[in-house]
Design a binder for this molecule. Structure first.
Ligand code: ADP
Ligand code: ASP
Ligand code: MG
Length: 421
């Protein structure tokens, strides 16, 4: 008997019929002779709707209460799925993250899993039940408060449970047929990637390919959990995320995929005195408030011995960063702060670029031919990213995708459901 963890995302359980459809799939997995643990997300766009509701009630809700509110979304779908499973002829028990033994830090909204004590899950499995766990939540070890693990983190719950339970399979069901060479919502010619290494998937996830939550991939790599990404709307083969010897299982593609991210903003600190230690002060001020920055560009001014320092960061953290900079403006002596939230990041990712020159030239030529202006550039060993105007992102992604020979006419990039939110 195999032990299987199956995670279903919000678009797979958007309404009552979808919940029943998922129930049938889960029951079929159990009837095929498996122990089944299901991790479930909130229905459709429930989490966004709850966030909007909170904003209507209070402009700045306490983080603890926001977590109490948001975890309700997953709790609803978990209970509904259990009901549908009973109707489909099997028995199930649903648990909140806390009941399931997901122990986390106390960082509301962005808690990390510290430990999993899956005693109740195992009991449920041993009793022959399908066990359903509300995704994206846990309980803080110190405060015992309910926490959430960050947007999209039900994927992480699934992988963490698979590791803790020694599961034979971890399957992430979503609204597309696996991981594609680009987001199928903006590149209809994207192709399914049958197998991808943790390393490349990490870069794609870290740069906006939200098909898998970044920490889910980090967790899977650390615990060596192979992850299958599949559609809950089809029976197609999906994508296997695992560790591969380079050049063995992988197709010999120069670039594995193109990712894009519209959630960042750019801040420019203008008129920074061109003196030793000023950049250090700027970034210390930002680090002190816990903001993570991404790309940096510094332009020296030729006329007045000042520089302009631009950097990108999650747009949601822009107000905190600007406040922190304002507090040290007089001390550092810079002139002003300006920002631009109308930017996007486009990244090409592939282990092939380690051994092949000319990837940057091909990428930038494709952008130029598509009329896309590059504002910032950053690279890692297996990634090249550019910041461009937000409106130019779809054209930039499509141009890069085509330039690296990734376009396919197979029509496999089907988007079955979801709003793409
Ligand atoms: P779920 O609700 O199942 O967690 P998500 O919306 O979080 O689903 O993730 C699935 C979505 O990820 C797809 O609908 C697609 O628009 C988007 N996506 C972005 N990049 C990729 C990619 N490279 N491959 C597949 N999907 C991608
Ligand atoms: N419902 C949560 C969110 O929308 C978690 C998840 O879907 O993974 O972010
Ligand atoms: Mg998701």
């Amino acid at each position: 008997m195999a032990r299987v963890v199956q995670k279903f995302g919000g678009s797979s359980v958007a309404d009552a019929d979808s919940v029943k459809r998922v129930a049938r799939r889960v029951v079929a997995t159990q009837r095929a002779g498996n122990e089944v643990v299901v991790v479930i997300s909130a229905m459709g766009d429930t989490t966004d709707e709850l966030l909007e509701l909170a904003k209507q009630v209070s402009p700045d809700p306490p983080a603890r209460e926001l977590d109490m509110l948001l975890t309700a979304g997953e709790r609803m779908s978990a209970a509904l799925l259990a009901m549908a499973i009973f109707d489909a002829g099997a028995s199930a028990r649903s648990y909140t993250g806390s009941q399931a033994g997901v122990i986390t830090t106390a960082a509301h909204g962005d808690a990390r899993i510290i430990d999993i004590t899956p005693g109740r899950i195992v009991q449920g499995l041993e009793a022959g039940d399908i066990v359903i766990v509300a995704g994206f939540q846990g309980v803080a070890q110190d405060t015992k408060d309910v926490t959430t693990l960050g947007r999209g983190a039900s994927d992480t719950t699934a992988v963490a449970l698979a590791a803790a339970l020694g599961a034979d399979r971890c399957e992430i069901y979503t609204d597309v047929d696996g991981v594609f060479t680009a987001d199928p919502r903006i590149v209809p010619a994207a192709r399914r990637i049958p197998a991808i290494s943790y390393e490349e998937m990490l870069e794609l996830a870290a740069n906006g390919a939200k098909v898998l939550h970044l920490r889910c991939v980090e967790y899977a790599r650390r615990e060596l959990v192979p992850v299958h990404v599949l559609s809950s709307f089809s029976d197609r083969p999906g994508t296997l995320v695992a560790s591969f010897e380079e050049g063995t299982n992988m197709e010999a593609a120069l670039i594995s995929g193109v990712a894009h991210d519209l959630t960042e903003a750019k801040i420019t600190v203008v008129g920074v005195p061109d003196e030793i230690g000023k950049a250090a002060r700027v970034f210390s001020a930002i680090a002190d408030v816990g903001v993570n920055i991404d790309m940096i560009v510094q332009n020296a001014s030729v006329t007045d011995k000042t520089t302009a320092i631009s950097f990108t960061l999650p747009d949601a953290e822009r107000p905190i960063a600007i406040e922190a900079l304002r507090a040290v403006q007089a001390e550092i002596g810079f002139r002003d702060i300006v920002y631009d939230d109308g930017i996007g990041k486009v990244s090409v990712v592939g282990v092939g670029m380690r051994s092949h020159p000319g990837v940057t030239a091909r990428f930038f030529t494709a952008l130029a031919e598509a009329g896309v202006n590059i504002a910032m550039i950053s690279t890692s060993e297996i990634r090249i990213s550019v910041v461009v105007d937000e409106a130019a992102v779809p054209a930039a992604v499509r141009a890069a995708h085509k330039a690296f020979g990734l376009d396919t006419a197979s029509g496999e990039a089907v988007v079955y459901a979801g709003t793409g939110r």
